[in-house]
Write a protein that binds this ligand. Structure first.
Ligand code: NAD
Length: 299
């Protein structure tokens, strides 16, 4: 069997098309486009590259995105004050605020994230938004988790009544995805197992999965022997590894042994071109939602 590809890039393009239309409609009514501010601390190459693709995607759909660059030496208080100032901005025109992670080790990341007001929290990390999601009435859902669910729904992969296994229990990916897949309704109603670094016999648990999601950050973690034939395998991991074929170069891979697992799975998402573009598309969707909620266009 050769797995069908879950093409996140193509789906993200279709999502962008609909957001572009909605953003134009918002702009006509509000007299300004939806506005996103991204705070980028320091000069970590991967973070700069993620921020660049988020800003480029925003520009493509008519969302005004500004990147505020802060030196790596900034302390927690400076960052908290910066975020509060953005939220207070005179005309109140900043709809979404995103603090790109990771922050430098000396910064209290939780304190900085907590300073983003719940109604501008387009990353969905605020306790109020996490609470709403856990109660089954989501508002801003963490972008990667939302993207994975959207990918499954778009491909027509049934979740109701099926076994979903998620590897990785982070607040950013694994935990919110477990809530989405086990919640009621479209893309939900699955029986979810959330695995992590302390899980015993990961391979045996994974082999039960009709839907297997890897969100760890370890290349080659998921091998063909861990996958039930015909399962849908979604690879969230992003790892930079040395490229054996190029001279001294590097390339991105996920957590899944793509070649081996493709021969067993029914569906597989590639890295790059899978979950990554959907994460960005969901950020745009959350920014538009934030703008419309503030304007009273959505309840
Ligand atoms: P994290 O480091 O916060 O969490 C990793 C999780 O993996 C932890 O819960 C840990 O318990 C678990 N884990 C570690 N080793 C394990 C093992 N051997 N077996 C089972 N579980 C193990 O990471 P994160 O922020 O959730 O990100 C996970 C991966 O997803 C990273 O590679 C990250 O770059 C990637 N990511 C991708 C996107 C995207 O848009 N595609 C977005 C966010 C994160």
């Amino acid at each position: 069997m050769s797995a069908r590809i879950l093409d996140g890039k193509a789906l993200a393009g279709r999502i962008e098309d609909s957001i572009r239309a909605e953003a134009a409609s918002f702009s006509r009514v509000a007299g300004r486009p939806p506005r996103l501010v991204v705070v980028l601390v320091g000069d970590v190459a991967a973070s700069a590259s993620y921020v660049k693709s988020k800003a480029a995607a925003a520009a493509r759909v008519g969302i005004d995105a500004e990147v505020v660059r802060v030196p790596a030496s900034a302390d927690t208080q400076t960052l908290v004050e910066l975020v509060r100032a953005l939220a207070r901005e005179e005309q109140g025109s900043v709809d979404g605020i995103l603090v790109q992670l990771p922050l430098p080790a000396h910064v209290d990341t939780q304190a900085v994230l907590d300073s983003v007001p719940a109604d501008r929290d387009v990353d969905g990390f605020h306790p109020e938004n996490a609470g709403l999601l856990s109660q089954g009435r989501p508002r801003f859902v963490p972008c990667t988790a939302a993207g994975v669910q959207r990918m499954l729904v778009d491909a027509g992969i049934a979740t109701a009544g099926r076994e979903a296994v998620i590897i990785g229990r982070s607040d950013i990916v694994g935990k919110p995805l477990a809530l989405l897949l086990s919640g009621r309704g479209e893309g939900g109603d699955a029986t979810v197992t959330l695995c992590h670094s302390r899980s015993d016999d990961l391979a045996a648990i994974c082999r039960r999965a009709d839907i297997l999601v890897a969100a760890v950050g370890k290349p080659g973690l998921v091998t063909a022997g861990m996958v039930k034939p015909g399962a849908a395998v979604v690879d969230v991991g992003i790892n930079r590894v040395a490229d054996a074929t190029a001279s001294g170069g590097s390339r991105l891979v996920g957590d899944v042994d793509f070649a081996g697992v493709s021969a067993v799975a029914g569906w597989i998402s590639p890295v790059p071109g899978g979950v990554g573009p959907l994460t960005v598309a969901m950020l745009l969707a959350n920014t538009l939602l934030a703008a419309e909620l503030r304007l009273g266009r959505r309840a």
